[in-house]
Write a protein that binds this ligand. Structure first.
Ligand code: FDA
Length: 377
């Protein structure tokens, strides 16, 4: 029986980064996943020659030159810049909230006029101590932006009225007084040319993988294959939900092939009214400036999570945070299991955070090494 240094549970970005780095340090890894493909949530499915982001739109962005150089060793990135638009009952607004948005809302042209308008609305609302999300949002951006661009979207996301949601969910609502539609403030962003699978395939080149393999169904066999387990699945599932299950928000994706070269003219359109049941429509070809004859769109419906659904967003409220701490205490005592990635640490992370977290985990486990070895330069 082949013996590995590590069996890595989960072929997502955390597991793949760990495997790639461990291999560079002479370690032998087996990467398993219960799904029928590698890549975890960044996996893309080729439909009509278009890379469809199967588990939701993924745009790589970072301010770390180190992480940017790291991912660029696997793939080149295109010049895609995330500039979503909002559709409120047929009215189109630029996001994030910026001078283009304010011009459309109020006809204002200069930043001082926009600032004055927001201040006027905040003052009129006279909220000194926000007691729920609605009051918090209005106290930050005024009533018009809240009513047209925040309320419906947020209520759909959480499945609850904004007046019933706690204020702390929204700490700040970034407002930009320039005509800049770039959603991110990061120094680097883009989409991998050829899609995200290129990164994962390069990372896992020459590494053994097993798909459609659930760790819990074959725990004994897999534990016996390696000295250590790297676990990137759900931490509560690892401990058989002994303290209860951690809560998530989930999503339902409705993919559709449309017989037209261009459906909505933008990769991301948010539907910010309450009546439209989905929160956004993604048109995947625009991530890669696609010129295919057809197009693929995905409608995104937020929903409550139940066992068997994909866990997308952790609900980091008091109750779940306390529960996670109990599981983490158990995890900290494990000598031969390393917990990493978004599910095992019960936290929303962007891709650049996950790579960084995985690199730090490898460095702690196996010692650090240069980003690119001299032979690869
Ligand atoms: P990931 O979930 O990818 O991988 C874990 C793997 O473990 C899965 O493949 C799963 O099947 C497997 N697994 C779990 N339990 C198992 C078991 N018992 N046995 C075998 N396999 C098991 N980030 C960003 O930078 N820009 C963006 O635009 C977005 N967009 C975005 C949209 C949506 C809707 C979400 C939910 C998330 C994003 N992200 C993002 C975040 C991004 O998806 C995230 O950072 C990484 O995919 C996390 O990688 P992991 O490896 O941690 O988990």
């Amino acid at each position: 029986m082949e013996k590995y240094d590590y069996v890595i549970v989960g072929a997502g970005l955390f597991g793949a980064t760990f495997a790639y780095e461990a291999k560079k340090r002479g370690k032998k890894c087996l990467v398993i996943d219960r799904r029928n493909h590698l890549g975890g949530n960044i996996y893309c499915e080729n439909v009509e020659g278009i890379n469809v982001h199967k588990y939701g739109a993924h745009i790589f962005h970072t301010s770390s030159k180190y992480i940017w150089d790291y991912v660029n060793q696997f793939v080149e990135f295109n010049r895609y810049t995330n500039s979503p638009v909002a559709n409120y009952k047929g009215e189109i607004y630029n996001l994030p909230f910026n001078m283009n948005t304010f011009n459309k809302l109020w006809g204002v042209i200069r930043p001082e006029e926009a600032k004055a308008k927001i201040e006027e609305q905040k003052k009129a609302a006279n909220i000194t101590k926000p007691s729920n999300l609605e009051e918090q949002a209005i106290s930050l951006v005024g009533t018009d932006i809240y009513e047209k661009l925040v309320k419906g979207y947020t209520e759909k996301q959480w499945g609850r009225k904004a007046t019933e949601l706690p204020a702390f969910i929204i700490n700040r609502l970034p407002v930009r007084f320039t005509y800049d539609n770039n959603y991110f403030n990061d120094s680097y962003q883009g989409i991998p040319i050829g899609g995200y699978n290129v990164i994962i395939d390069k990372m896992l080149e020459g590494i053994d993988t097993e798909l459609e393999t659930d760790y819990f169904e074959e725990k004994e066999r897999l534990d016996n294959l390696a000295d250590k387990i790297v676990f990137t699945g759900m931490i509560d599932e690892y401990y058989d939900y002994r303290f209860g299950n951690l809560e998530y928000r989930s999503l339902k994706f409705e993919h559709e092939i449309v017989d037209s070269p261009n459906y909505q003219g933008n990769a991301v359109v948010n539907y910010t009214d309450s009546e439209t049941p989905y929160t956004r429509i993604i048109e995947h070809k625009h991530f890669e400036f696609g010129t295919q004859e057809k197009t693929v769109i995905t409608k995104e419906y937020p929903k409550e999570w139940g066992k068997g659904d994909e866990p997308y967003y952790p609900v980091n409220d008091e109750k779940n945070t306390a529960l996670y701490k109990k599981y983490k205490q158990l995890a900290d005592q494990e000598e031969n299991v390393i917990f990493g990635g978004r599910l095992a640490t019960y936290k929303y992370y962007d891709m650049h955070h996950i790579i960084s977290q995985s690199l730090k985990t490898v460095a702690k486990e196996l010692g650090s090494r240069p980003l690119v070895s001299p032979a690869e330069n």
